[in-house]
Design a protein around this ligand. Structure first.
Ligand SMILES: CC(C)(COP(=O)(O)OP(=O)(O)OC[C@H]1O[C@@H](n2cnc3c(N)ncnc32)[C@H](O)[C@@H]1OP(=O)(O)O)[C@@H](O)C(=O)NCCC(=O)NCCS
Length: 170
């Protein structure tokens, strides 16, 4: 897949609805964004557990992303700069509970640290509120690779409820 690395100096992002023609760029930039996250998870779990759980993580993550992008139960937005997608967020409604969920978010590493993730989180949170949800929720990891994500959610006004998941190879 061709590298797509936006110049941070040109960054002036706008947010629009996802279009199916965005799929390849979004999957590519997201795999680059998730690289350090999966590296941190692999370091915490060790190679045996990580391989048993995630195998070839890129293949699994790309498949999950494509499923989310094609899922009409999800609302998906794209952040764009210079006419190119640089990030995305997907959210969905759980009408029974009144809890809306931000399900996936990623920003191209070359565009990170400039408020794009926060703007995407804000757009999705606003939609959850307008859709009648009483609470917005995002699940994320407690590992160092997810530290930027945790920072974005905290500064977007979300309250963390830490949870710990234990694994054992069998
Ligand atoms: C999470 C993510 C979408 C944030 O995108 P972004 O455009 O960089 O977000 P923002 O620029 O709005 O904010 C990033 C914040 O994280 C902070 N940050 C960056 N690295 C950090 C680290 N190692 N530890 C703590 N905070 C960190 C930045 O300083 C910034 O906070 P600040 O504005 O208070 O300085 C992006 O890092 C990403 O794609 N990560 C990989 C995918 C992922 O983890 N998705 C979430 C899964 S739940």
């Amino acid at each position: 897949m061709a590298a797509h690395r936006p110049d941070p100096g040109l960054m002036k992002a706008s947010i629009r609805d996802y279009e199916p023609s965005d799929e390849e760029i979004i999957v590519g930039l997201s795999l680059r964004a998730w690289e350090p996250v999966f590296a941190a998870v692999a370091q915490m779990l060790g190679p045996e557990l990580f391989t048993r759980l995630r195998g070839d993580w890129r293949t699994g993550q790309a498949a999950e992303m494509r499923a989310v992008l094609a899922d009409h139960a999800q609302r998906v937005w794209v952040a764009e700069a210079g006419g190119e997608p640089i990030g995305f967020v997907a959210a969905r409604l759980h009408r029974d509970s009144g809890v809306g969920e931000i399900y996936m978010i990623a920003v191209d590493p070359g565009a990170q640290g400039q408020g794009v993730g926060t703007a995407l989180t804000g757009a999705a949170t606003g939609w959850l509120r307008q859709s009648g949800m009483r609470v917005a929720m995002i699940e994320t990891g407690g590992d160092p690779g997810h530290a930027p994500a945790r920072r974005v959610y905290e500064k977007s006004g979300y309250t963390a409820l830490p949870a710990v998941r234990f694994f054992k190879a069998l």
